[in-house]
Design a protein around this ligand. Sequence first.
Ligand code: PIR
Ligand code: CA
Length: 336
Amino acid sequence: MRHVQQLGAGHPRKIILDCDPGHDDAVAIALAAGSPAIELLSVTTVAGNQTVEKTTRNACVMCTLLGLSNTPVVAGCSGPLVRALRTASEFSGASGLDGPPPVEPTVVPAAGHAVDWIVDSVMADPGEITLVATGPLTNVAMALRKEPAIAQAVREVVIMGGAYSRGNVTPAAEFNIYVDPEAARAVFEAPWRLTMMGLDLTHQATFGCDEERRLEEIGSPIARFMIELMRYFRDAYRAAAGLEDPPVHDPCAVAYVIDPTLFEVASAHVEVETSGTWTSGMTVTDFGPARPGVRRVDVGIKLDREGFWELVLSAVERAGRSKAGSLGSNHSPARA
Ligand code: PIR
Ligand code: CA
């Protein structure tokens, strides 16, 4: 059934991936690159897990390893709209992608700014482009401010961010929202179709022994790189959060675009707290009945974990086998 859904969708879905790699962002890039259901138009970067210089370099590293020499990497905002940048170096390390041996990227960032890139791409292709955001929402909010009409022109927006039960930076707030709550508020208030994959959902996407074994079996350079990334991420999560297996947040947002049947979502009204002493960055989520004139978003609730990893690992397998250019035209079943 899922199989049919993916292949039957016809032409691949065009996405811009706005991210802050970041270990789990790196997996999200690999999933987008290796999935025949996705046409990855560009990778735009933002400050978050690390500075924008580092997240941009890391995006270039991933594009190099994945053979994505024709996918522009475009650097974006160096910090939140109004606040000082807070990074997540306790999880991502000094480079933002600590763990594997360093890789010298051959992909270099494209000219221009991510905010212009997002606005120009979306306005030039109305109704076609899905914006997937897996870092703080600074670039997306700036794009909305520059050209509010992107809200009508975009196909839909899927973010990794927020939480309705509990946060990871504070008890109330998830990192991506906490870093730039003013940006998040603008994104939640814009009149577009928005799906929030928060911690409640992404904490089901744990990387365990079985997944590591599958990567060992694939054995390609990108699979080995991923093993090193995930080992570092697992150790960081054990040390800093006391979790046995690390949740791999960001590919959940990409996976939702590829196969929404892997997810249970529920409609809710979400407000972003920007002024609370203890609750700044909280996504206050009301699953109650819809009220006239009150905006609703879809919120991820439950993940088919097995199906999710099948999608991710088969994408990694494909990315290891084929080179740039052949990825988009590979019509072999994603879930074979
Ligand atoms: C932040 C992140 C990951 C782990 C922690 N503890 C903090 C980054 C991930 O890249 C993801 O996008 C989001 N922010 C999870 O909060
Ligand atoms: Ca991220």
